[in-house]
Design a protein around this ligand. Structure first.
Ligand code: ADP
Ligand code: MG
Length: 590
């Protein structure tokens, strides 16, 4: 294709003329350094290009080489366990070969071209296939098989299919279409990141994404295929929640897109994640994980691309029929990249300098989540889900700003992090009065079937108690605790137990970091047994202050630290001591 000439360089933005053969979103190579850029604006022959690498030293008059291809990712076996930058360059392999100082213009394939994978065909010669059909599998990691699908746009009869060890560029299958044209299929396919991968149909998400985080699973659950935003001030616990989800959520595949707030935050992810063990499979968590990392020293434009790179990889595993969860931390860093590019393009700024299309970009991103009927022929129905959880970092923690508002308009779950709770070291600092889940009703049905009917009743009751507590606290502030009726004192005590012993959860404690739904239900039940016993005792003249000193009450406080395997035994001991301890106290009063 015809080369263009640079007429302007402004940080990550380069403007070039003579680009009439290129299209919007095409990738270009900038100057003889071959820096990777993407066209983000076209006016006649003039292209504005966002460059994903440092542009210092690049000057007017240098050449631009169009590739005629949109910014795409390579999809195929080998993505799991990988660590990529925002445009899918494999950081782990680059670090290995050339160290941490990535040279500009370096060309590395996203997927390993040498590695051989054992391909097991699932189709036979003569079979009819359509886009999305699974023609075979390879064991990508010890726990995940990569299902090799017929790429989009190909349909026909299998003329040849192989079995054995192949690289991702070897031809493993030939499909002949109705015009007798032959299509060679490899284990790798490419997809332009800004375009959602096609599906057969969107379905309504019905199942809970189990996170093991009590406040989430109990009060503000998210579905498999759901969307969620976590706005919170600096230090309120966004990253810890995202890490908890990456570690514990019962998704098959995790795609973690990190745009670090702090300089060393991504380095922590890069060093910590590979060492983590999946509690369920006892294998390295990386076996089900793809990491996209933007360290703070990487150019701003790469951040803009990273969430698209991440979600396209996530969609690819969804298309295989997996439950995928994507975490983006923080989407504000992405929006700021968008704002910076928009400013350099001299576009008309919208609210707070963000471009007017900010909310539509946010919406487009979250709309790629969902539960879907995957693309395939009708005989081969399968479902996949893609859940998306985005952290938002509003400056000063005030969510009346464009990125938070744009996110909240589109997502169905809102975990509002509260700086006051974080200050008091109540973690996760999810505010139980302002947060919500629009999946709650739907998931009540799920919880009744999969946890218990009682749990659904108790959790609704618990929320009422917390709401009542908030009102009572205002009264207590005015008139003092002594003026509160004993019935209200009971409410306040039960609410305190719910907050401190149930909702507060230490992400760094070996046992507390994850609580199964079964244990959550049992913990909830214990709290309500306490409530009944306390109410009864108070009616019989016992003082709340005396009652809460009972031994078993402090044991409820430690119930969260009881290992899952000992829950039945240990909780029974607590329950069995309620009656005798209460009776002993009442006897003493006579
Ligand atoms: P943010 O990403 O919102 O800036 P972080 O996720 O880094 O905040 O959290 C800040 C600090 O708060 C953590 O380093 C940790 O000490 C504490 N923290 C947050 N959540 C928890 C949790 N669930 N359990 C224990 N400590 C937590
Ligand atoms: Mg953070």
């Amino acid at each position: 294709m015809k080369e263009g000439k640079i007429v302007k360089v402004s940080g990550p933005l380069v403007v070039a003329e003579g680009m009439e053969e290129s299209n919007m979103f095409d990738v270009v190579k900038v100057s003889h350094n071959n820096l990777i850029g993407e066209i983000i604006k076209m006016e006649n022959d003039r292209a504005s290009i966002q460059v994903y690498e440092e542009t210092s030293g690049i000057g007017v008059g240098e050449s631009i080489h169009p590739t005629g291809m949109p910014l795409s990712v390579e999809l195929g076996p080998g993505m799991l366990t990988s660590i990529y930058d925002g445009i899918q360059r494999p950081l782990d392999r680059i670090y290995e070969s050339i160290g941490k100082n990535i040279e500009r213009g370096i060309e590395v394939n996203s997927l390993n071209r040498e590695k051989k994978w054992a391909f097991k065909p699932k189709k036979n010669i003569g079979d009819k296939v359509r886009s999305g059909d699974i023609i075979g599998t390879v064991q990508e990691t010890r726990i995940i098989e990569c299902r090799i699908m017929v790429p989009y746009g190909i349909e026909g009869k299998i003329k040849d299919i192989k079995s054995g060890e192949f690289t991702i560029t070897d031809i493993i299958c030939i499909v002949v279409d109705e015009n007798e044209k032959e299509h060679e299929i490899t284990m790798m396919q490419k997809w332009p990141v800004r375009k959602p991968r096609p599906i057969k149909q969107k379905l309504s998400p019905n199942d809970m994404l189990i996170t093991g985080q009590r406040i989430i699973d109990t009060f503000f659950p998210i579905t498999k295929g759901g969307t969620c935003a976590i706005p919170g001030a600096f230090g309120s616990g966004k990253t810890v929640i995202q890490h908890q989800l990456a570690k514990w959520a019962d998704a098959d595949i995790i795609v973690y897109v990190g745009c670090g707030e702090r300089g060393n935050e991504m380095t922590e992810v890069l060093t910590e994640f590979p060492g983590l063990i999946d509690p369920r499979t006892k294998e390295s968590l990386m076996n089900r994980t793809v990491l996209i990392a933007n360290t703070s020293d990487m150019p701003v434009a790469a951040r803009e691309a990273s969430i698209y790179t991440g979600i396209t990889i996530a969609e690819f595993y969804r298309d295989m029929g997996y439950n995928v969860a994507l975490m983006a931390d923080s989407t504000s860093r992405w929006a700021e990249a968008l704002r910076e590019m928009s400013g350099r393009l001299e576009e008309m700024p919208g609210e707070e300098g963000y471009p007017a299309y900010l909310s539509s970009r946010i919406a487009e991103f979250y709309e790629r989540a969902g539960r879907v009927a995957c693309l395939s022929s009708d005989e081969e129905t399968r479902e996949g889900t893609l859940s998306v959880v985005g952290a938002v970092s509003p400056p000063g923690g005030d969510i009346a700003e464009p990125v938070s508002q744009g996110s909240l308009r589109i997502v169905k779950v809102f975990w509002g992090l509260d700086a006051n709770l974080a200050y008091k070291r109540h973690f996760p600092s999810v505010n139980w009065l302002t947060s919500y889940s629009l999946y709650k009703e739907k998931l009540d049905k799920w919880a009744k079937e999969n946890i218990s009917e009682e749990f659904v009743i108790l959790r609704n009751e618990a929320m009422k108690i917390l709401q009542e507590e908030a009102k009572l606290q205002e009264i207590v502030q005015l008139v003092g605790i002594d003026a509160v009726s004993s019935k209200d004192r009971v409410t306040l005590e039960v609410a305190r137990l719910i907050r401190e012993d149930y909702l507060a959860q230490d992400a760094f404690d070996e046992v507390d970091c994850y609580t199964s739904s079964r244990k959550q239900a049992k913990m909830m039940k214990l709290i309500f047994e306490f409530k009944d016993a306390l109410s009864n005792a108070v009616e019989n003249g016992v003082k709340v202050d005396d009652y809460i000193k009972l031994d078993y009450v402090s044991k409820i406080g430690k119930a969260k630290l009881v290992e899952e395997s000992k829950v039945d035994e240990e909780f029974k001991k607590i329950e069995d001591s309620i009656k005798p301890e209460t009776e002993k106290l009442m006897k003493g009063l006579e």
